[in-house]
Every structure is written in C-alpha cells, then in structure tokens.
Design a protein. Sequence first.
Length: 83
Amino acid sequence: MGSHLGFLVGWASLLDYLLLPMVNVLIIRIYMESIFSDIPVWIWVITYVIIITAIDLKLKHDTSYFHHLFSRDIPYSCFHTAI
C-alpha cells in the first residue's frame, strides 16, 4: 500500500485519540450546563475526567487480572509443536 498511507493512518489515529475525548468533554459540559446552569462548568469537566479515568483504570485492572488468571492455566508446552 505504501508508506504514505501508513503515515496518514498514523496521524488519523493520533488525532482520534486526542480530539475525540476533548469533543466528549465539550459535549458533556454543554449538556450539563444547560441542565444545571447554577453549577460552574469546570466542575462538570473535572467530574467527567475523574469518572472516565476511574472506569478506564478499573477496566485495565480487570483485563490484567483475567489475562493473568487464564495464562497460568495454559501450559507453555501447548504453544510448541513437536519437531
């Protein structure tokens, strides 16, 4: 396919990882500001970031736990074929 396509895909992925969370924070801030106009908007941004970070860390911990749990039960010799 070429190195130019890989370059574009890499930049598109980077922008996706950077811009999409910012757009989500902006949307949450707008929604919460329209519902609860008395509360400062920075509180919604901080709250959203804390909640999303906690969920992300919990899911990473659970994934690591299940990987460790299931990888112990599979013997290493199952991955090798006899020569």
